[in-house]
Design a protein around this ligand. Structure first.
Ligand SMILES: NC(=O)c1ccc[n+]([C@@H]2O[C@H](COP(=O)([O-])OP(=O)(O)OC[C@H]3O[C@@H](n4cnc5c(N)ncnc54)[C@H](O)[C@@H]3O)[C@@H](O)[C@H]2O)c1
Length: 300
């Protein structure tokens, strides 16, 4: 997508951080912007900033884990600005602690927002984007943690691995509808994510981790050194123009990613170690693909 003039963008988490940076940058590029956020104070702050820079914007209070509310939010966005062509599944939360001390609530909250919220965005908007036929672009925000997992961030990383896997598949699925798909994998951004515990719902309130003002302050000190959200969003804009799949604008990610993928490749047997097995498995996969393609043709 090259031209953003008058395009409608729907941005989850748009009242703060990464998403507000996206709203500002895509707003400046000419988009009409809908920001959706669970926090009213964040929404008010985001709308004020967007209006101040002259961006046509609209705010919707939305918990992205609520599917019915999500459908109503999509209707509202269309009513206010028209069909949505840019979807940013950006809202996310994090809480960190030793994986073996995790509670089910630690899992359910993070998986529900980070992965489930993105699923709801896709399920809500993809059929609408296909139906309006104008093409578009979807940016799912994962994390560098979508490639590199670690004990303290185990659930968060698992939720982002899921976002990454789904995004790679979605890109293949939507290519023929002229809808591009990208995954944003930031390392550290200057945002309010250290306080995301504030949006944790009562039904998932039991955490297995230590969490207090001190642990929040320690996290805030890390994020205070992160990339500015607007700078990150500039990279996103350039990537959307090129329909680039991976957006990882952090040079320090190169060595850890290299080591990670090299260790995976190193675990494989030599290429020529099982020619018969390889031929059998590849033929079976090819046959399966042909059968599925035929079944899909008959279904139409
Ligand atoms: N900050 C970083 O260093 C960093 C690094 C990697 C990835 N990310 C990812 O960036 C994304 C944005 O986070 P951020 O850093 O800008 O944090 P942030 O807290 O500043 O912004 C997130 C916004 O999402 C909203 N939100 C939370 N739960 C919601 C829900 N259920 N429904 C709707 N809105 C909800 C919050 O109210 C907030 O306004 C997240 O997906 C996060 O995982 C951030």
């Amino acid at each position: 997508m090259e031209d953003f003039k008058e395009k409608v963008a729907f941005i989850t988490g748009g009242g703060s951080g990464v998403a507000l940076g996206q709203a500002k940058v895509f707003g400046k590029a000419g988009c009409k912007v809908v920001i959706a956020d669970i926090r009213e104070d964040h929404l008010a702050h985001g709308l004020k900033e967007l209006k101040a820079q002259g961006t046509e914007s609209h705010g919707i209070k939305l918990d992205i884990t609520d599917r019915e509310a999500y459908a109503r939010a999509a209707d509202e966005a269309e009513r206010v600005f028209g069909p949505v062509q840019l979807l940013f599944n950006t809202a996310g939360v994090s809480i960190f602690g030793p994986l073996e001390q995790s509670s089910y609530d630690d899992y359910d909250w993070q998986m529900g927002v980070n992965f489930g919220g993105g699923v709801n965005g896709i399920q809500t908007f993809v059929p609408r984007m296909i139906a309006h036929g104008k093409g578009g672009h979807i940016v799912n925000t994962a994390s560098l943690g979508a490639f590199l997992s670690s004990n303290f961030a185990g659930i968060y990383c698992a939720s982002k691995f899921a976002v990454l896997g789904l995004t790679e598949a979605l890109r293949q699925a939507l290519e023929r509808y002229n809808i591009g798909v990208s995954v944003l994998c930031p390392a550290n951004v200057k945002t309010n994510i250290a306080e995301s515990i504030k949006t944790r719902p009562e039904k998932f309130s039991h955490s297995g981790y230590l969490y207090n003002e001190e642990t929040i302050s320690s996290l805030q000190r890390i994020y205070s050194q992160g990339m500015e959200p607007v700078e990150l969003a500039q990279h996103v804009l350039e990537a959307v123009k090129k329909n680039q799949l991976y957006i990882i604008p952090y040079p320090e990610a190169r060595e850890p990613l290299k080591a990670h993928f090299e260790s995976i490749i190193a675990s494989l047997p030599p290429e020529d170690s099982d020619p018969e097995g390889v031929a059998k498995r590849q033929a079976a996969m090819l046959r399966y693909r042909e059968e599925v393609a035929e079944q899909q043709r008959q279904r139409k």
